[in-house]
Design a protein around this ligand. Structure first.
Ligand code: IMP
Ligand code: MG
Length: 175
């Protein structure tokens, strides 16, 4: 049996996303090269949609699809990359927008994928920074919430494709 325990309410998320939008806007404001915000599907889609509307900057929106999880809550061994961006990234500022960073494998992979395309900069923004199982030393430039452990669902994040549509963020507790 699964039980959901609320950890961040809709109101808390809204407030934090607004703050993040301000922080990111201030960071890029003085740059003349254009910004590309890249959503990592599927998990980041709700966070991405809310965050980009709080950015006070012109930006292009792109999507990649990368999955590492099957039906379980333990990290999968291989990543499945099935959709790339559709524009050139040369000389642009890249902001990768993720739902959660756990082992760090996904953003490590994306960094290595985009680096050879000669962007001006690559930065990472994640709604949740989960610290307890990190395997790759990746720099997370902007994040919403930091947690140590636990499997999280809601606000885009799933467990076996369930719970993405929940307004709040919950910890999934297996009984
Ligand atoms: P990483 O590659 O281990 O950093 O994991 C990143 C991906 O695994 C995320 O983009 C999520 O899709 C998934 N993931 C990791 N932890 C969780 C979680 O607690 N809930 C839901 N998905 C997770
Ligand atoms: Mg993801």
């Amino acid at each position: 049996m699964e039980e959901l325990k609320l950890i961040y309410s809709e109101t808390e998320i809204k407030k934090r996303v607004q703050e993040l939008g301000k922080e990111i806007s201030e960071h890029y404001q003085s740059q003349s090269e254009s910004l590309v915000a890249i959503c990592v599907l599927k998990g980041a889609f709700i966070f991405f949609a809310d965050l980009i509307r709080k950015l006070n900057l012109p930006c292009e929106l792109e999507f990649v699809r990368l999955a590492s999880y099957g039906q379980d809550t333990a990290p999968g061994k291989s990543l499945k990359f099935s959709k790339d961006v559709e524009i050139s990234l040369a000389n642009k500022h890249i902001l990768i927008i993720e739902d959660i960073i756990d082992t760090g494998q996904t953003v490590y992979y994306l960094n290595h994928l985009f680096q050879p395309r000669n962007p001006k900069t690559i930065k990472i923004c994640s709604l949740i920074h989960k610290t307890g199982r990190r395997q790759q030393d990746v720099q997370i430039d902007f994040f919403g919430f930091r947690i140590k452990e636990g499997f999280i669902v809601g606000y885009g994040l799933d467990y076996a494709e369930k719970y993405r549509q929940l307004e709040g963020i919950y910890e999934l507790v297996k009984k």
